[in-house]
Every structure is written in C-alpha cells, then in structure tokens.
Design a protein around this ligand. Sequence first.
Ligand code: FES
Length: 161
Amino acid sequence: MMALTRRQFVKASASGLAALGLARAGFWFAPSLPYASVKVANLANLEVGKPVYFSYPDARSQAVLVKLGTRAIGGVGPDRDVVAFSASCTHMGCPLQFKNGRFVCPCHYSMFDPAKNGEVYQGLATEFLPQIPLEVVPQSGDVFAKGVEGLIWGRVSNLLG
Ligand code: FES
C-alpha cells in the first residue's frame, strides 16, 4: 500500500470536496440543451395592447407576446416595444392576463411590468416573469422566440418540463 504525504492528502481532499461541491450545485448533471428557435408572430399582424399567446419552449408551457406601444427592455421591432414572457404567474402558476399595459394574475393579483423585464411590482409573487428573448427577421418581419431567461413556474428545468 502506498502512503500519502500530508501534501498529497490535502490536495486529494480539496479536489474531492471541490468536485462534490460542483456536483451538488448541478454543474455535472445539468444538461445544457439548446432552445429551439420558433416563429411566434409577424410584426405586420401585431396591434398595440393585443396579446398573442403561444406555446414555448414546449407544448405544455403557455407564453405571451405583446406589442406595448412604448420602448421596453429587451423589446424588438422598429419601436423596440415587442416583448414576450412565460404566461404563468411566478407565485403559483396561474395563467396571466394582459390589462392596461401590464400582466395581472387573477388568482392573488400579482402584477408584472412587461417594459421592465417582467418585474413584479405588486402581490404575492416575488420573482420576475421569465422573459423570452425575441429576434426579428428584417426582410419578413417574422418574430422568433429564442430562449427563456428565468425558470418557468413549476419546473426544475425549462427544457425538461
Ligand atoms: S398565483 Fe399569481 S399571485 Fe398567486
């Protein structure tokens, strides 16, 4: 049997603990799956204040796109006012409604600001709405969903359901 020096023992222990820490943090097990790029609207068909609902990143996840009429953080289009979010409230997952320029939860009345990354500013929710980054094809005006920033309510992973 080979004896370890004190230095070798400390080095091996530190490596083991670091590996355990990374594994517990999910770095070894979390797959980094790519989000699909999905066409969800066309700029020519959007009206200010009229939400467009779609499923993303999969059929069980309701999302909503809206043209706000005023510039928004992460907004696309000529006026930088088109944004999209998960349509599930971050408190307990109730489906959100778009009213008077904001998302309102009918269950416990949380409100989210779509112009400020989905910031919650009233109610029981404590987390921003997950924002869906959008991309516009200039020639056609087609709007594509490209990912989800934040964890959709009720999920441990946006892509694994
Ligand atoms: S589920 Fe939306 S505030 Fe409770």
